[in-house]
Design a protein. Structure first.
Length: 165
């Protein structure tokens, strides 16, 4: 369900996506609003789940996690609990930072962050391939990341008449 957002809400989201540590006073000045109004809006955006988390984004290479792998997983059967059981299993692995279900020839796409190829190979054989129902895993190692952002595009919110002036 899409939440109704006005121009101030969208401005707050744009600013917080760039720097969540911005003081509310500075945010209010930047957006031409008051500190109390901005604070209440942020609380509402948090309460409604528009803002899911406020986190630090860590440079994976600087902490020794130099390899990103995308694994496409195909399941044997689509019996009642096979897909939810797979999801529960991969949620336990800290190496899996994203898990998407797909339409098409494979069932899941996983984004996996590991120290090196040997670490992935160990994870592949000891953990991922051992999950019940896995038929096939096709892995691709990322070489260079040309786009690296967590910011969502918000322009459509202005265009869809989502805001009130």
């Amino acid at each position: 369900m899409t939440i109704k957002l006005d121009k101030l809400d969208i401005g707050i989201l744009e600013c917080l996506q760039k720097d969540v540590t911005i003081p509310v006073t500075e945010l209010a000045e930047k957006l031409g609003s008051s500190k109390s109004v901005c604070w209440r809006r942020i609380q509402r955006l948090l309460d409604e789940g528009v803002i899911k988390d406020r986190v630090a984004i860590i440079d994976q290479k600087k902490i020794g996690l130099g390899v990103t792998v995308f694994a496409q997983v195909k399941m044997h059967h689509h019996v009642k609990d096979a897909l939810p059981d797979f999801v529960k299993a991969v949620q336990k692995f800290p190496q899996v930072i994203e898990c998407h279900t797909l339409m098409g020839s494979v069932d899941f796409l996983l984004k996996i962050i590991v120290k090196d190829i040997e670490d992935y190979e160990r994870f592949f054989w000891q953990d991922l391939s051992q999950i019940e129902g896995v038929q096939e895993i096709s892995s691709s190692t990322a070489l260079t990341r040309f786009v690296d952002t967590t910011s969502l595009p918000l322009d459509h919110l202005y265009l869809e008449g989502n805001q009130a002036d």
